[in-house]
Design a binder for this molecule. Structure first.
Ligand code: PGA
Length: 277
């Protein structure tokens, strides 16, 4: 969070957990715990929960969104869902290109690019997930992989819309493994990504873009991650499922964003040498 111009955004990704009933019970407990939070709070819930949750979250500081959508406006795609359907149900954002979608459902960068374009067209804020696998990291290809994911997934996005896309760097080896990336490594990759985004458009736009980290985020590592100059927030899976654990992370992030407003953080970007990139 080097830049107080960028909001601090904390996103919960519920994956295939929570029914409508348990979603609403979560919200009832969660809202009072986070009502004074100074960061933005996003919750990506299962499709069936979007409508009831969007309705119940009205007037609160919790924004409801989806975890996936198809790239087509509509059509004969059994089992798929269109952006305008999500929007109608009350979603305001959508996670796209999550590594579970890429790995288990064979989504490639071209498909994710078409989804990003469709989401923007439909008025949904995209959260674009990128990140290398363990093998790619071992092969020292992290930089090449995240650059090609950004270049391809963000190809031909209208310039005025690019700054509204949220990027989530989620190294695949850190997701659901209890092996989060170190804050230093996350900062290094985020800094690289911001440079790649500047090449795609301009430094001015790249400096406005929110870059989140995701992968085994818990209360005990949230603060150190958020202290990194290019980390603007977190994408939280497992720890977002309970109101208690997710609210604790939100409160940490709020404290961090207040500290950021109080003292203008050192602008110098700390670059750690890591020859694994
Ligand atoms: P995790 O999941 O926090 O459970 O590692 C993160 C994600 O998949 O977005």
């Amino acid at each position: 969070m080097a830049n107080s111009d960028r909001p601090v955004v904390i996103v919960g990704n519920w994956k295939m957990y929570h029914t409508i009933d348990t979603s609403l019970a979560f919200l009832k407990d969660f809202v009072p715990l986070v009502q004074n939070a100074t960061c933005q709070i996003f919750l990506a819930v299962p499709f069936t929960s979007i409508g009831p949750m969007a309705e119940a979250a009205k007037g609160t500081n919790v924004t409801i969104g989806a975890q996936n959508m198809n790239s087509a406006a509509e059509g004969a795609f059994t089992g798929e869902i269109a952006g305008k359907m999500l929007k109608e149900a009350g979603a305001q954002f959508v996670i796209l290109g999550h590594s579970e979608r890429r790995r288990l459902f064979h989504e490639d960068n071209a498909f994710v690019n078409a989804k990003v374009k469709r989401a923007l067209f439909d008025g949904l804020q995209p959260i674009l997930c990128i990140g290398e696998t363990a093998k790619e990291r071992e092969e020292k290809r992290t930089s090449e992989i995240v650059k090609s994911q950004l270049d391809q997934c963000l190809a031909n996005i209208p310039k005025e819309k690019l700054a509204t896309v949220i990027i989530a760097y989620e190294p695949v080896w850190a997701i659901g493994t209890d092996q989060p990336a170190t804050p230093e490594l996350v900062q290094e990759v985020h800094h690289l990504c911001r440079g790649f985004l500047a090449e795609l458009d301009s430094k001015e736009v790249a400096d406005k873009m929110v870059i989140l980290y995701g992968g085994s985020v818990k209360l005990d590592n949230a603060k150190a991650l958020l202290e990194q100059p290019d980390v603007d927030g977190l994408l939280v899976g497992g720890a977002s499922l309970s109101a208690e654990s997710f609210s604790e992370i939100i409160l940490k992030a709020s404290a961090e964003s207040i500290a950021l407003q109080d003292d203008t953080k050192q602008e110098s970007h700390r670059i750690i040498e890591d020859d694994n990139l």
